[in-house]
Design a protein around this ligand. Sequence first.
Ligand SMILES: *Cc1c(COP(=O)(O)O)cnc(C)c1O
Length: 231
Amino acid sequence: MTTTIAESLTQARTRLNQALAKAGRAPDAALLLAVSKTKPADMIRDAYALGQRDFGENYLQEALDKQAQLGDCPGIHWHFIGPLQSNKTRDVASHFDWVHGVDRAKIAQRLSDQRPDGLPALNICLQVNVSGEATKSGVSLEELPELASLAAALPHVRLRGLMAIPAPSEDPEAQREPFRLLAEALSSLRRELPDAPLDTLSMGMSADLEAAVAEGATIVRLGTAIFGSRQ
Ligand SMILES: *Cc1c(COP(=O)(O)O)cnc(C)c1O
């Protein structure tokens, strides 16, 4: 096993725990999602040996290849976090436990229709564009309620919450603003859809974890901080 992964994963866990403590939140209030895109299956295996069970992937074929190589590692929860085209929904619905970037009705509908019988409902988050023009993907805050009520009514997906990838900023205070908007959007959805299991704010990456945790992140998505920089 590479000591590198052991060290960086331990550091990432410490960093998350410290951010939670500083925000006055419980130590288990946020899940560490290890974003393993572009990294080999062996690195996932190392993190798995250290107890990591949630992994995020962006590219379907790469993810399917790694899942096949890791067939002897039971209990992994696979999260699809990349942009999702409609011709990929069938494989994603079959091979993942979570999809974080749902941003239109057609994708939500297809994921529900194509979720195989015998698997539990697919957990989904709606990606929201909280930075205005700065990022292209994600539903606008204005259109979010309509998409959320549609997704909440689908039988084979569970609408768990919201996800965002804000425009990068180095100022910790400025980083918090889009996360605050996302948290507020989740609160209003909870009032509008009281029966939906809306417990998830997927926000915060290697560069802005602390800001996201301060605003209530329940899943932080860390790639670089765990697996090192990507090509
Ligand atoms: C790559 C990626 C991450 C991880 O980013 P890091 O900056 O490497 O931590 C998180 N979320 C999404 C959606 C990504 O595509």
